[in-house]
Design a protein around this ligand. Structure first.
Ligand code: G6P
Length: 367
């Protein structure tokens, strides 16, 4: 293997720590830094003409797509549906003209994602692949490719591919918004400047590692962990739960904050930690209510937030991980770092095989 772990104990740690550098590389590919604009390579279809978008993928790539759904609807005002590739391919989803299908895959070889791509093409959709391996089957068969440029990812649990997928999809969302005349030049400059801050913000986030290591000792004792988030932090909650179960084998579930009352609240007691991913946003008070509901039942909360959020979360039994304040659009990228570190440190404490977790494969090329 040409890639080594450097000074890290695991490939996963190395891949978490290299994110500021690799995401800077991805952004530099899709941004014109001097002009503060998004600059995608030429695509064989007109972004302004896209009427609807279907996103399909598996695992972590699916959650990157679920985040992008929020951005695409917000910046490009296009209806988006995000779907599990194995469902999409068999559901016979009606796909009408003017549609773009975005397939997201680190390896570019996932069987269900590839089958979804073929189905979308048969239905006359334009297909755009967001992949890490540019020579992959998915990249070859798509109408256009946006490589995420994360470099080889060895850890089975995806980390840097996720954040670089997000970076690429964020740039695409802005590009479509601009092509449709929905984003002013000022909006675009503001977003691009926020993207350019991501590597620095990620470096700040990595400094939480020692604190997370301490918190993880509590998580390692848990049987179940609940992750909550709202907006783009909802798919990040799903990703956090996935990451934890994949490498620590602790049962975890991700939920949208608003759904707490519709089921998972029944599980809350003093033995069930709840990880709340909540920067201070316009619905932060709703998240505070969720935390009060958890605290009232003896639940222990780990709140990943910013200084304002930390100030306003007057709830018992909350341990806080505080990130710098940042524009909402970049939150899912930067908040990925503590989410990944929580899973990583917990798994290391549990003594599992972090880079090669049992029963999982890096790439699932059979159904
Ligand atoms: C496997 C891997 C996951 C990955 C998923 C999709 O389950 O263990 O880490 O997210 O496949 O893989 P892809 O290569 O299509 O992104």
């Amino acid at each position: 293997l040409l890639v080594d772990k450097g000074n890290h104990r695991h490939f996963m740690a190395k891949e978490i720590y290299e994110q500021p550098e690799v995401i800077a590389h991805t952004f530099s590919h899709y941004l014109d830094l001097a002009a503060e604009t998004v600059s995608l390579p030429e695509l064989p279809f007109d972004l302004a003409q896209i009427q609807h978008i279907s996103i399909t993928a598996c695992g972590t790539a699916l959650y990157a797509g679920a985040v992008a759904e929020y951005w695409l609807e917000r910046f490009a005002r296009v209806p988006v549906s995000t779907d599990i590739a194995s469902e999409f391919r068999y559901r016979e989803t009606p796909l009408t003209p003017g549609g773009l299908t975005i397939v997201i895959s680190q390896s570019g070889e996932t069987a269900d994602t590839l089958a979804s791509l073929r189905y979308a093409k048969e239905c006359g959709q334009k297909v755009l692949a967001v992949v890490n391996v540019p020579t992959s089957t998915i990249a070859r068969e798509a109408d256009a490719v946006l490589p995420i440029l994360a470099g080889p990812e060895i850890g089975v649990a995806s980390t840097k591919a996720f954040t670089c997928q997000l970076a690429t999809l964020a740039c695409l969302s802005v590009a479509i918004g601009r092509a449709k005349g929905l984003l002013s030049q000022d909006d675009e400059h503001r977003l691009v400047r926020a993207f350019m801050e991501v590597p620095r913000l990620m470096t700040e986030a990595l400094k939480l590692s020692p604190e997370i290591e301490v918190l993880s000792r509590t998580l390692a004792k848990a049987q179940d962990v609940l992750y909550l988030g709202r907006g783009t932090n909802f798919p990040l909650a799903l990703e956090g739960a996935l990451k934890l179960k994949e490498i620590s084998y602790i049962h975890a579930e991700g939920y949208a904050g608003g759904e707490l009352k519709h089921g998972p609240i029944a599980l809350i007691d003093e033995t069930m930690p709840v990880v709340v991913i909540a920067p201070h946003d316009r619905i932060f008070d709703k998240t505070v209510s969720n935390m009060e509901e958890v605290a009232a039942r003896g639940g222990k909360i780990i709140l990943v937030t910013d200084p304002k959020g930390a100030d306003e979360a007057h709830v018992d039994a909350v341990q806080k991980l505080i990130l710098p304040e940042m524009p909402a659009t970049v939150c899912p990228m930067v908040y990925s770092i503590p989410v990944q570190l929580i899973a990583y440190h917990t798994a290391v404490i549990m003594g599992t095989d972090v880079d090669q977790p049992r029963n999982l494969a890096k790439s699932v090329t059979v159904e």
